[in-house]
Design a protein around this ligand. Sequence first.
Ligand SMILES: [Zn+2]
Length: 258
Amino acid sequence: MGLESSEFGFLLIVLAIVLASSQSEEGFGYQDNSLGPGQWGCLATNFSTCRTGTQQSPINIKTRDAIDDCSLGKLRFHFSHSAGTLTSQKYLYRIGLDGDAENTVIIDGMEFRLVQFHFHHPSEHFIDGKKFELEAHLVYRAMDNSSRMAVVAQMYKKGEENSLLAQVLDMKNNVRTLLDLREFNLGQEYFRYIGSLTTPPCTQGVTWTILIKNKTASKQQIKDLKQCLGGRNARPLQRTNRREVYMYTFYQNFLAKY
Ligand SMILES: [Zn+2]
């Protein structure tokens, strides 16, 4: 017995829903299938760097191999009260900030402005082979109108509730909300390397700052974020291809004075 056209139509709709639930709205996914990280470079012509790039992110940072460099200097963050809008969908929990929001950081003497931040579960970067429950990415753009980008990564492990996450988890999708970003309260010791965006188009030349000090998020906060993401959204580790990782710590800076 053949399928009636209405039944066939219904099957197509079911198939479309099944496919849609395993990919992001941008058309890529994280499962080991035709939309998975191994295929990103083939999904669109402007995604080819995901396959051919030699400075890709994330990477496993080996503390022992990181080069102490006191000339990198302390991170000078500025956070303020800012209006942000949540985009919550499959594999994405992103807070976009208003263009006039005053959240800046100085990196290599250049001023960058925070454009958006989002979350990955589990962490994308590893430190000494260890991954974390969550990794927040603060995406900055240079204020000199160059297209230079810098991403600051904060790792979270299970523990005390986090006040910034509490604000962020209270947000409603597509609703502009006032946030106190001072609660990011980020540390100043970090690893530094040059990599890429960890999602297509995997653009290279991104200055990465991986904060050394972890923060905590409660079991419930981690559970809530996982539920919003609807699945793991961590790109697998990429080859370092002999890239150097630098490190700025107070300890080493203290030694340099004597
Ligand atoms: Zn990210």
